[in-house]
Design a protein around this ligand. Sequence first.
Ligand SMILES: Cc1ncc(COP(=O)(O)O)c(C=O)c1O
Length: 362
Amino acid sequence: MLPFLRESFGNPGTPHPSVGGVVQRAVREAREETAQLVNCRPNELIWTSGATEANNLAILGLAEQTPEGRRHIVTQVTEHSAVLEPCRHLESKGWEVTYLSVDELGLIDLQQLENAITDATSLVSIMWGNNEIGTIQPVADIARLCAARGILFHCDAAQAVGKIVVDLEAVAISMLTFSAHKLYGPKGVGVLFVRDLNKQQMISPRQFGGGQEKSLRAGTLNVPCIVGLGAACKLAAAHQQRWHDKVVALRNRFESILLDRLQHISINGDRDNRLPHISNIAFYETDDEGLLTMLPEIVASTGSACHVSDFAPSHVLDALPVDPKPTECSLRFGFGKGNTEQETRSAADAICRAVEHFRASL
Ligand SMILES: Cc1ncc(COP(=O)(O)O)c(C=O)c1O
């Protein structure tokens, strides 16, 4: 990224070969690296400022050109707010939105999805893996079902890309979104994949101007961040499996220490079918906010880290049909390639002591 912050200030839109050329090449290369990670064509990608913008462009951009009789979307209750909020916005404009419920593991029911689809349905939007509990949805089955019914399928893969295999050749997703900062890239850049972008007009733009990104997302490109996203994708493509295995081993070690030492705890989400980096644990007979304040050395969270108010009760945990509800007593831990075994053990130890202390004080 540094050369594009320090020396190469050219605008990729400029026709001047020595000013624009180097920048154009860098953006082209980043597009190829990004496309390679998810196995799509470079010209199917639109740069955005992140997954929020990409989700909004996918959902609202599609809505803009959907005819009157097809104003129905199917999504799920545990989506990120970057999908739920555009859907709610459309509801306020007269659209109908079906929010599928999830089971105790956080999974949607395919039969329920099939039943929810009507002649008016234009879009199904279901995320790849949940950002709070990590549950991975059966995206290949959802894609097949949508294709068979002639309905577009949008998938928020912000938490999945770079962590597990996301292969757009293998899975017939119509639109997919992700963000650089979830795969060790810079914040403030992301991407929207639109299948066969050159052949069909699936979406309308949300912002208008200089015609960048095939006129679907006008504005001068954020070149340093785009270059950073490309580099992050290239590294992820090369090291994903190794990072995955390391992170899973650390997370499993962490969870086994907690499960061995503490009573009345449970792992939220689908333990066997989870994103590698997420561990969301209910510590019954404690309080999530209280525990967090007892653990200042640990960067954990009670809900979605992307929310402005971090202490908002989690709509994801609240949606799980389990008794007792884990909503007020759960913490979400994230693991990354830079974490160590030592950190994992000392974090688990500090958490055990905090939980025991909390319970003893009741
Ligand atoms: C599943 C999911 N979707 C969307 C977003 C929003 O992404 P961004 O911060 O790039 O706008 C996030 C952020 O954490 C996320 O986890």
